[in-house]
Design a protein around this ligand. Structure first.
Ligand code: FE2
Length: 200
């Protein structure tokens, strides 16, 4: 669930991924986010306009100046997150869609599954639109994605350590954690359904 929390609250980008996909903390914190509760999870669109590009987008997308950035994430309980992100020169992006000419567009599929009590496997796949798998552009992008997820790993492990040490501590949700809350609700709902089915 810490991985799902991580993907549902992207305000961590500025703090954790400064050298890859993050960008500056200030802009990450004021990004415009719209969140919906779905039948089996949560979906959100995050929009940043006219902001400096993080290192990955400079190297993979060749952006020289500021960018517009639209990210859409959908969580499908219990274990899957689909992501599509579009990055465009400032003024060329759209809050509504990434189906526009030019820019850097990529999709990721994230999947987590428990390995043991307190451990999980994180599977992910990534694709850059318009780039073949073995192109230098794709390979650089894959490496940056991997580096970024290894940064997440440090934080997720620290969170797991914290709850293992203090099992009675409550999870603290803030105003930007709407999608986190919806995701956890969806899991609780599945758990309830399992109990109901088992009790029949
Ligand atoms: Fe992350």
């Amino acid at each position: 669930m810490f991985l799902i929390d991580n993907l549902m609250d992207l305000t961590h980008l500025g703090y954790v991924h400064g050298s890859t996909i993050g960008g500056d903390i200030e802009n990450q914190n004021v990004a415009e986010v719209e969140t919906w509760k779905t039948k089996q999870g949560a979906r959100f669109v995050r929009w940043m306009e006219d902001v400096p590009p993080p290192p990955t987008f400079v190297t993979s997308g060749g952006f020289q100046g500021n960018i517009d950035r639209r990210a859409e994430f959908e969580y499908i309980a219990p274990a899957s997150v689909m992501q599509s992100t579009g990055v465009f020169d400032a003024g060329k992006g759209s809050k509504e869609s990434i189906d526009l000419d030019g820019g850097l567009k990529f999709r990721l599929f994230h999947h987590a599954t428990p390995a043991s009590e307190g451990e999980f496997h994180y599977f992910f796949s990534a694709g850059v639109e318009g780039a073949t798998f073995d192109s230098p552009e794709s390979q650089k992008f894959f490496q940056d994605v991997l580096d970024a997820f290894l940064e997440d790993k440090l934080f997720i492990e620290a969170q797991q350590d914290a709850v293992t040490r203090n099992p009675l501590e409550r999870l603290l949700l803030r105003e930007h954690d709407k999608a986190v809350a919806y995701a956890r609700q969806a899991v609780a709902q599945l758990r309830q359904q399992n109990f109901a089915t088992a009790a029949e």
